[in-house]
Design a protein around this ligand. Structure first.
Ligand code: A2P
Length: 332
């Protein structure tokens, strides 16, 4: 049985379960297949998950598709998201066809541009007009995604969207977009409520999905005293408080877990009072608790995120995690 959780309606009319399973767990075994992930997903389906969030960069589309097929459930019960990786940004058609072939599940529910910038084979990033000598702008890439969605691969992808777009890059994209992105997937949690971006997406009819809603490998959110206090009041876990807050403010979430107990918790949401919602939304006003936590895309020796600076991305909150800092001027 699918879990009894809210569904969000995208600007395409499609319904997306508010809690998805982030698919970045496990390692490939000796046969090249990541069995840990397939087993975790089959367990997640039993727990009620139907929304899966993967990406070509996670190198597990084959396993995600395998789990969907092995579930024995109708394809129409699932909502599967995947993302075009930056190194494939010069050729969206090839990137899409590879995802479709690897997933092998008839169609993709939502295909995202994983980052506004692409990376050429020398690792040089491109995306803005002034970087056009290195590869297509993100506007040109979006136009190709639109063509795949509306024409060349119609029906094979039910919605297209973006990820990691900001109040700086999104308006530039929208200037030329014919299709308004269905989703912008961004890092968001109580230490990064990203209110300005949420308002902009809402105004444009773009649904927001939060990645790293529990802080990924960092434990700051799970050990936050305000969140612990609220969790005790409702007799739930901090994870449930953080995810319930996210869904109650209108964002879907894609927490990752391989643990059955935590899988169940994460898909069991509670209703928070208005005062508690505000208390959580205000946590980031404490400068020490205003930070990004998802360190995966960072190049630490060189303060860039997959090749772009915070300024290029238009991110006004940086990384302020323990002794690790990449901060925009406003946070220095
Ligand atoms: P595990 O698989 O052992 O549950 P993200 O914020 O990127 O989704 O990352 C979630 C991280 O937190 C994972 O490492 C996951 O590990 C762990 N986790 C997932 N759900 C919970 C929860 N409810 N409480 C505590 N930790 C959690």
């Amino acid at each position: 049985m699918a879990a009894d959780i809210p569904q969000f309606t995208l600007n395409t009319g499609a319904k997306m379960p508010s809690v998805g399973m982030g698919c970045w767990q496990g390692e490939a075994g000796s046969d090249g297949l990541n069995h840990e992930l397939i087993d975790a997903l089959l367990l997640a389906f039993k727990t009620g998950y139907r929304h899966l969030d993967t990406a070509t960069m996670y190198r597990n589309e084959v396993e995600v598709g395998e789990a969907v097929r092995r579930s024995g459930l109708p394809r129409s019960e699932f909502f599967v998201t995947t993302k075009m990786p930056p190194p494939a940004a010069h050729d969206p058609v090839a990137a899409f066809e590879k995802s479709l072939k690897d997933l092998n599940i008839e169609y993709i529910d939502l295909w995202l541009m994983h980052w506004p910038h692409g990376l050429n084979k020398d690792g040089e990033p491109y995306g803005y007009e002034e970087e056009k000598h290195l590869g297509p702008t993100f506007n040109e890439r979006w136009a190709q995604m639109e063509d795949i969605f509306l024409n060349t691969h119609k029906g094979k992808v039910k919605a297209i969207g973006i990820s990691n777009f900001s109040p700086k890059t999104l308006p530039i994209l929208l200037k030329t977009a014919k299709v308004v992105p269905a989703v912008n997937q961004i890092e968001a949690h109580p230490y990064l409520p990203d209110l300005k971006l949420l308002d902009l997406c809402k105004e444009k009819g773009i649904h927001v999905t939060a990645y790293s809603p529990l802080g990924q490998r960092n434990t700051s959110i799970l050990s936050d005293e305000d969140l612990i206090d609220i969790a005790a009041k409702y007799k739930v876990t901090v994870g449930q408080v953080a995810l319930s807050w996210a869904v109650q403010r209108g964002t879907s979430v894609a927490p990752k877990s391989t643990n059955e107990g935590r899988m169940k918790q994460n898909i069991t949401l509670i209703k928070l009072s208005d005062d508690d919602m505000k208390r959580i939304t205000d946590i980031h006003k404490d400068a020490a608790r205003s930070t990004r936590l998802c360190l995966d895309a960072l190049q630490k020796g060189n303060p860039r995120i997959m090749g772009w600076t915070l300024e290029q991305l238009g991110w006004d909150v940086g990384f302020n995690v323990g002794d690790f800092k990449i901060l925009p001027k406003s946070q220095q």
